[in-house]
Design a protein around this ligand. Structure first.
Ligand code: S3P
Length: 431
């Protein structure tokens, strides 16, 4: 397994065009694969996670062509997917597994889903319970909670109303997708809003979505119509690494182009602004149902803040970076209600505390959050990603901010969401 050697940087300068959004790419591939007709997806993310979704649909009989490495051409299969001859290996991708379960709940085929060690340890009952209630037959390891999972769907599911115990876009989306194959109205309520890309995208494929506060519903059976062209904006969760780096390195100025600024994704930017971050938003516009803009980020003196439970879904993947920023901020930052981080690609609360701790950050781990005492001056050391792409990249950024040299071990996982990450560091860093 590869490691990455990082030295302290002087400044971050230049323009970043972040990689395409991972969540939106997954959904665009899924809806195009189910739609009647051909869809061209421009600027898809072709990193490992999204390739898992693409290859899973190919195995299930959907024609997906990668055009010049920058677009996808998908001929949907609205009359039903084909049974796969083998297990679908979904690698590290939780989004593929959960959303795919929603799709397969509506298909009259037998499918076996598995993935890497991390994915096989992630809880699935949150999805399989409602889908079973709708009429899918699902079984799995550990009383049905873990992959490998088998599923036999039905094209006549029962509509349900489901109250999510925690905010989760993956669970919400899985139930909405199954709702396309139900006879009647399926609805879902969340305790607070998670990312709403599925809700924004379904109408582009001709499916009406009803939204009422924290409740969303879809009426089935629904037929999807292809959309000739669908464009994917930049991923704010990938841009986040360089945003935090530019804020924390002196004399830095970073322009971020064409990044998704969907209000359900900008929790980190809002929290950082409250901490004193100089982040300006420019050229806000709409792109195929999403909100997109440019950012100008400048070095800033940060002060501590408190992050409450309701804010967590809007920055769910950025908590490692909030913890890093808080280590440089003046005062005590507390992050609460973030229990979900324990069941991501790794136990992120533990990984953050251990690995940032090795660099000298003062972090206390709570059952459902973190308390960070700043400012600390970090010092280079040997750290490990725990096989988690977001921890690996956060530690590489921490290395750019730490005295001396940092060795980040086990960085192969970066390909999951940001294959060009190392190259981008070299382009933007002044050393
Ligand atoms: C995702 C939703 C989030 C997020 C994950 C991607 C999605 O998970 O952490 O990286 O694409 O729907 P949960 O919805 O389970 O919190």
């Amino acid at each position: 397994v590869a490691s990455l050697r990082i030295r302290k940087a002087k400044a971050l300068k230049g323009t970043l065009v972040p990689p395409p959004d991972k969540s939106i790419t997954h959904r665009a591939v899924i809806l195009s694969s189910l739609a009647n007709g051909r869809t061209q997806i421009e600027n898809p993310l072709l990193a490992d996670d999204c390739m898992r979704t693409i290859n899973a649909f190919r195995t299930l009989g959907v024609m997906i062509e990668i055009v010049n490495g920058v677009a996808l051409r998908i001929d949907g299969r609205p009359d039903g997917l084909l049974e796969a001859e083998d297990v679908l290996d979904l690698g590290n991708s939780g989004t593929t597994m959960r959303l795919m379960l929603g799709v397969l709940a509506g298909q009259e085929i037998y499918t076996v889903l598995s993935g890497d060690r991390s994915l096989r340890a992630r809880p699935m009952r949150r999805v399989t319970d409602p889908l079973t209630r709708m009429g899918a037959k699902i079984s799995g390891r550990g009383n049905g909670d873990y992959a490998p999972l088998t599923i036999i769907g039905s094209s006549h599911l029962k509509p349900i109303h489901w109250e999510l115990p925690m905010p989760s876009a993956q669970v919400k989306s899985a139930i909405l997708l199954a709702g396309l194959f139900a006879d009647g109205v399926t609805s879902i309520s969340e305790p607070s809003p998670s990312r709403d890309h599925t809700e924004r995208m379904l109408p582009r494929f001709g499916v009406e979505i009803m939204r009422d506060g924290l409740k969303v519903s879809v009426s089935g059976p629904a037929e999807l119509e292809s959309t000739s062209l669908f464009r994917i904006p930049g991923d704010p969760s990938s841009a986040a690494f360089f945003i935090v780096c530019a804020l924390l390195l002196p004399r830095s100025r970073l322009i971020v182009k064409d990044v998704c600024l969907n209000p359900t994704r900008v929790g980190m930017i809002n929290a950082l602004k409250r901490m004193g971050a100089k982040i300006e938003v420019e050229e806000v516009r709409e792109l195929d149902g999403e909100i997109v803009g440019d950012l100008v980020v400048r070095s800033s003196e940060l002060k501590a803040t408190t992050i409450e439970e309701e804010e967590i879904p809007g920055m769910i993947d950025e908590i490692p970076l909030i913890a890093l920023a808080a280590s440089f901020a003046d005062g005590r930052t507390s992050i609460q209600g973030a229990r979900e981080l324990r069941v991501k690609e790794s136990d992120r609360l533990k990984a953050i505390r251990r690995e940032l701790g090795r660099l000298g950050a003062k972090i206390e781990e709570l059952e459902d959050g973190l308390v960070i005492e700043g400012p600390s001056s970090l010092k280079g050391s040997r750290v490990n990603s725990w096989g988690d792409h977001r921890i690996a990249m956060m530690l590489a950024i921490a290395g750019l901010l730490s005295k001396g040299e940092t060795l980040v071990e086990d960085i192969d996982c970066i390909r999951i969401s940001y294959p060009d990450f190392e190259k981008t560091i070299m382009e933007l860093v002044d050393d």
